[in-house]
Ligand binder design. Structure first.
Ligand SMILES: NC(=O)c1ccc[n+]([C@@H]2O[C@H](COP(=O)([O-])OP(=O)(O)OC[C@H]3O[C@@H](n4cnc5c(N)ncnc54)[C@H](O)[C@@H]3O)[C@@H](O)[C@H]2O)c1
Length: 347
């Protein structure tokens, strides 16, 4: 049986410090953890979140797939004390590849990001839609750190540009700027930018630091968590890629203010997916709060993102398990369906 660390944090102050923190441990028997235990996977998932009951939800029983014992109930009562906090941190515990996911509305970007930038330069990768909206904010936040060199590259927008040719623009910029192996690549955008920047980070000079600032709901709850990066090939979606974990993911839900409704609805579909496949209580909460989610109510969004990230992190196995091809079948079946619509049949 594995141990799930449940911690209750966390208000992030305007200077990026965590103001409250308490934690506890619980033993769980979810199907995934039983599988991990049997296969001696070296990975343990840790949660460090506000574990709020969620706006509009009176109880917090955890994922429907988890048989929680009384120790967990203890953690729930701890959670109640943090129920008014608006921000959360979910830690994805992957040993030396662990990383925090910061979630909040109007977060202090500079303070949070600088903790995860070790070298003296950053390359922001974004696209022509997001650049006019958020690039200056990102540059200004990073430049709060004295002596940090901030470069940026603006890619064309669209899934059709998620390919090797566009990826080359990132390498070109990095090499023209003579960015060294200690540089950090920062993805500012949706899932397309996140996937491409992650793969660029995994391969540039055999791997550099990587930070994600997702700006679509889809990227916040799905593509920025789990370490899958890559680009499309004409014969298949996401066929060129790597597993590569970021140093941190910073989710500022205020960036969703500018997201078109169609893209927002696509992200909500991902949130609903977690409820349907493994978290029945979350699904009930969604039914009761769907209008607020659609209207981008900040507290409702933060809770939905937090709980989705926990579900995604739990469903994202360590690299060894992915290679064995034994988990996350629901996700794979979805991708097969998508491929059948978009690409030729895969043998
Ligand atoms: N790595 C993974 O685990 C994983 C998981 C799921 C999906 N994905 C990938 O994610 C991609 C889809 O991601 P997506 O749905 O975020 O699409 P996207 O990245 O194409 O973004 C959708 C559109 O919204 C725009 N946009 C982004 N943020 C905005 C904002 N704040 N305001 C206004 N406009 C904004 C983008 O420019 C784009 O036009 C696919 O390529 C898919 O393969 C990866």
């Amino acid at each position: 049986m594995n141990v799930l660390r449940v911690s209750v944090v966390s208000k992030i102050s305007k200077d990026g410090k965590r103001l409250q923190h308490s934690s506890t441990k619980a033993q769980i028997k979810s199907p995934e953890t039983i599988f991990r235990a049997k296969s001696s996977a070296p990975v343990m998932l840790a949660r460090r979140s506000s574990s709020r009951s969620g706006p509009g939800l009176q109880t917090f029983g955890g994922n429907a797939g988890c048989n929680r014992n009384s120790t967990t109930a203890k953690s729930v009562s701890l959670a109640a004390s943090a129920a008014t906090e608006a921000e959360a941190i979910v830690d994805v515990d992957l040993g030396d590849r662990s990383y925090p996911i910061y979630i909040g509305n109007d977060l202090p970007w500079g303070e949070l990001l600088k903790k995860h930038i070790s070298g003296s330069s950053v390359l922001i990768v974004t696209n022509e839609t997001i650049a006019p909206l958020y690039l200056d904010r990102c540059i200004d936040a990073l430049k709060e750190e004295e002596g940090l060199r901030v470069e940026s590259v603006i890619l064309p927008d669209g899934e059709e540009y998620k390919n090797m040719e566009t990826l080359m623009m990132v390498y070109d910029k990095a090499l023209q700027c003579r960015l060294d192996r200690k540089t950090t690549f920062l993805a500012l955008g949706g899932g397309v930018i996140g996937d491409m920047t992650g793969y660029a980070a995994a391969s540039y000079q055999r791997g550099v630091n990587f930070v994600q600032v997702p700006t679509t709901l889809m990227a916040m709850v799905d593509s920025s968590v789990g370490g899958k990066t890559g680009v499309n090939h004409p014969l298949g979606k996401n066929m060129i890629g790597a597993f590569y974990q970021p140093q941190c993911v910073m989710i500022d839900t205020s960036t969703l203010d500018t997201l078109p409704l169609k893209e927002h609805a696509s992200g909500i579909a991902e949130v609903v997916k977690y409820g349907l496949i493994k978290d029945a209580e979350f699904f009930v909460w969604q039914e009761e709060n769907m209008e607020k989610l659609l209207n981008k109510d900040p507290d409702t969004l933060i809770y939905a993102v937090e709980r989705s990230c926990i579900n995604k992190a739990e469903a994202s196995p360590p690299l060894a398990l992915w290679r064995k091809g034994t988990v996350n079948r629901a996700s794979r079946q979805g991708h097969c369906f998508l491929q059948s619509l978009t690409y030729a049949t895969w043998p």
